[in-house]
Design a protein around this ligand. Structure first.
Ligand code: ZN
Length: 263
């Protein structure tokens, strides 16, 4: 219960920080909020309530369960706590990178993930724009990794907090000097790097899959350094959904069942 509150406060704190930064120093002037924010924040509240009422916290409890039963790789090794925690975080971060690629390549999962990409702009609220079914499936996927790994429970919580904060940061419409952006990119995913993943151009969407660290994209050769067009004006979203009336709240919930988002 207390851990839930801590997570919520950190998530809100990072969100407010990024939204303030966006207001003071935006990267793109084209970002409108009136039509997008109710949809993105509506999905966030819907997903948060759904997880509270169903399987929220399942990854953490699975890690405790795996520890009690001595299941999973790390529970077989006698490693110090800090190393267990670091390896848990690293493996889960790779797992989420891999999951992101799978949601792009497997047509059935792309039907769900296209909801995230249907945003016609890109700011901190895009980070919480996910179809509820993708959130649920993602939790079951994470639980499978937690058991296989024998994940350290505290590190599972830390992983979720870091992932949430990193996603809010790398989706935000903030202006970071190019030179600093290039330095930061050696370690983390910057907004300029992740914006390329939200481009309407297929080769660009199919790159920069990471959420926290840039290592996986560089290692697995899915890294794109620059978009074809300028960052300030490049098109964001899905090529076939360019009209705002196509991306209303209820329609987004139905979207996976009515089209496959390709083309
Ligand atoms: Zn994606």
């Amino acid at each position: 219960m207390q851990e839930n509150l801590v997570r919520l406060f950190i998530a809100l704190g990072v969100f407010l920080l990024m939204v303030s930064w966006e207001a003071i120093s935006p990267r793109r002037q084209t970002v409108t909020r009136k039509q997008r924010w109710p949809i993105n924040l509506g999905l966030a509240f819907f997903n948060m309530a759904m997880m509270r009422l169903t399987i929220g916290g399942l990854a953490f409890f699975s890690a405790i369960d795996a520890g009690e039963k001595s299941w999973g790789l790390l529970n077989q090794l006698d490693l110090p706590f800090w190393l267990n925690a670091f390896l848990t975080w690293l493996a889960l971060d790779f797992a989420i990178y891999l999951q992101h690629i799978i949601t792009h390549k497997w047509p059935l999962l792309w039907r769900l993930h296209q909801v995230h990409h249907s945003d016609l702009e890109f700011d901190a609220t895009t980070a919480v724009r996910f179809h509820p079914l993708e959130i649920l499936l993602s939790m079951f996927y994470k639980v499978a990794w937690v058991y296989a790994l024998g994940a350290e429970p505290a590190a599972v919580i830390a992983f979720e907090i870091i992932l949430n904060g990193a996603a809010t940061f790398n989706h935000s419409n903030v202006n970071i000097p190019i030179k600093l952006d290039r330095i930061l990119r050696w370690l983390i995913i910057t907004p300029d790097m992740h914006r390329i993943h939200h481009s309407t151009i297929r080769q660009e969407i199919d790159s920069n899959y990471g959420f926290s660290i840039s290592l996986w994209d560089r290692l697995c050769r899915t890294y794109t350094a620059d978009p074809a067009g300028p960052q300030e004006t490049m098109d964001i979203g899905l090529p076939r959904m360019r009209a705002p009336q196509q991306v209303r709240f209820l329609r987004l919930l139905q979207l996976p069942f009515i089209n496959n988002g390709r083309g």
